[in-house]
Design a protein around this ligand. Structure first.
Ligand SMILES: [Zn+2]
Ligand SMILES: [Zn+2]
Length: 85
């Protein structure tokens, strides 16, 4: 069977199912069942809450802790006050 469906991540493994979110074939090691009983691959995050799809867009600002941004803002504000005085 040359056209047998194999796992997206493991070409040497037969697909155990198709991800209900992205539709890619995945093997038994790559697939899991979400809370609503649908098959999900690792990339789609099985086991996570299914209400609302999370977009994993790379945001460089999100990596900076908010406390650091607040501290920096206070520092800039203090510097402005220092210059005004
Ligand atoms: Zn998927
Ligand atoms: Zn796999």
């Amino acid at each position: 069977m040359a056209d047998s469906v194999t796992c997206t991540l493991h070409p040497n493994r037969p697909a155990a199912g198709v991800c209900g979110s992205c539709g890619l074939p995945v093997c038994s090691a790559c697939v899991g069942t979400s809370r609503d009983g649908m098959l999900r691959c690792h990339a789609c995050g099985f086991g996570q809450a299914t209400s609302g799809v999370r977009d994993r867009e790379p945001d460089p600002l999100s990596k900076i802790p908010k406390a650091l941004i607040i501290a920096f803002s206070i520092l800039v504000f203090a510097a402005l006050l220092w210059m005004l005085l």
